[in-house]
Design a protein. Structure first.
Length: 458
């Protein structure tokens, strides 16, 4: 049963509020001074407080500030003021009061005021708990990684989180965890208490994408029956995550660049500038350098976004993390599906370590989830694995049994071989680094590292 505390030096007001709220099911405590009120406040921990701004022993605003410091959002404080003290009421609202009532007030409305205050307090508490839960879920500590490649990325991520960089560019293949990194940047950073809004730019018509981002005024187009705020406005004070930005139409890219540079924009059909304070995190699996050369992505936007680039390596280049990820997802889905898988057999482990994981961490997670849903026991076995994993191992074994390249009797420099293959791959693809990397089965960043190592940049 909610408790209401009334602090007022007028006995009739204390009595009237008590007589109004008790029949409605509330516990009511009353006090005539600030000292008595604070003692009761700490004893009964009220959900709602009616506080007079003029008390005989202390100023009501001082009492309010003490209450808010001790209870935060858990208590709704409603200040009571006499006619002509509206300025004081405004100061109280700024200090954290939920609302104010002017004396004399209608006692019949008190129950409605209390009920709304309780609903607001409950909502604030739930929002606070949700934010704390999301901070916990999307913390950097939940990114499963021990490989050197990922530790370097996490080192940069930690610096990004501590900063308030206006733009961050996440790059990596599908399934490498770009969404998880974007949320970690938001929920562990300075904007964690602000909104996190996200939108996928993939295959979205230009007009729809712009209306979602910028919003529109009533009558801007045929179906615009009311003004709508876009994601840029809704993300004010927080983060906007643009997933697969490499697919954004060129005209939208121009408008986005203006937002990044000026922090303002106009709704579709609007004439008034909307000012926003946001961090933009963009992600893509595209080769943006090639897209710039081919005129599919604006060069100025590309360089504005890549002020702080984070490149997430594919799982095949961080194989040390595979056992850790398998264990992590087994623990997660054991709890979710009430299973008891604890081990991976050696044959199954060899198959999983040899697989190339084209779908990266997402593919691994989905595999473990599927196995734990469909299978029984405590050990993952080879027969639990899908054909693409077992067949890939067979093909790799066949290739290993019959080597494609034989070592000359006199030996050869491995570095010279590597340099020659990098050069051949670039010649075969007319210098297209993305295609050359695909021919060699490595990432584009790994190829660029080797190009720099062997002096193959033009």
């Amino acid at each position: 049963m909610p408790t209401v505390l009334v602090i007022d030096d007028e006995r009739m007001i204390r009595w009237s509020i008590e007589q109004t709220l008790r029949p409605a099911g509330y516990e009511v405590s009353v006090a005539g001074t600030a000292a008595e009120g604070m003692a009761l406040f700490r004893k009964v921990l009220p959900a709602v407080v009616f506080l007079d701004v003029r008390l005989p022993d202390e100023d009501g605003l001082t009492v309010l500030k003490t209450m808010k410091a001790e209870s935060g959002a858990d208590t709704a404080v409603i200040v009571m003021t006499a006619f002509g003290e509206i300025r004081t009421a405004v100061d109280a609202m700024r200090a954290g009061a939920y609302d104010y009532l002017k004396k004399p007030f209608d006692f019949d409305e008190l129950e409605v005021v209390v009920r709304k205050a309780l609903e607001t307090t409950q909502l604030r508490r739930e929002v606070g708990e949700l934010r704390q839960e999301r901070k916990k879920i999307y913390g950097v500590e939940n990114i499963v990684a021990r490989s050197a490649a990922m530790q370097r990325v996490l080192g940069v991520l930690d610096k990004v989180i501590q900063s308030d960089a206006a733009t961050v560019l996440l790059r990596g293949e599908n399934g490498t965890g770009k969404d998880l990194f974007a949320r970690a940047i938001h929920y562990r950073g300075k904007r964690a208490d602000g909104p996190f809004m996200d939108i996928a730019c993939t295959a979205m018509p230009e007009t729809l994408l712009e209306s979602e981002l910028f919003g529109y005024e009533k009558g801007a187009f045929t179906d615009a029956r009311a003004t709508k705020r876009g994601l840029l406005e809704l993300a004010d004070g927080g983060t906007l995550f643009l997933d697969e930005i490499g697919d954004m139409p060129l005209l939208s890219q121009v408008k986005l660049l203006k937002v990044i540079e000026s922090r303002q924009f106009k709704r579709l059909g609007g004439t008034v500038d909307q000012h926003v304070d946001i961090r933009i995190v963009a992600a893509t699996n595209r080769d943006l350098e090639t897209a710039v050369k081919e005129g599919r992505f604006r060069e100025d936007l590309y360089y504005r976004l890549k002020v702080i680039p984070l490149v997430l390596p594919p799982l095949r280049e961080r194989s040390e993390d595979i056992p850790l990820l398998l264990e992590h997802y087994m623990t997660k889905y054991n709890a979710e599906f009430h299973k008891s898988f604890r081990h991976i057999s050696q044959p199954a482990h060899r198959l999983l370590m040899a697989y190339r994981w084209p779908g990266n961490v997402r593919e691994l997670r989905n595999l473990v989830e599927r196995i734990l849903i469909l299978e029984q026991g405590d050990t993952i076995l080879p027969e639990h694995l899908p054909p693409e994993i077992t067949l890939a191992a067979d093909q790799a074994g066949s290739t290993a049994a019959q080597p494609r390249f034989r070592l000359p009797p006199t030996g050869i420099s491995l570095e010279a071989v590597e340099r020659d293959f990098v050069r051949q791959s670039l010649e075969a693809t007319d210098g297209n680094q993305t295609h050359a990397a695909q021919l060699l089965g490595i990432s584009r960043d790994a190829l660029r590292y080797r190009m720099q190592k062997f002096g193959l940049f033009e």
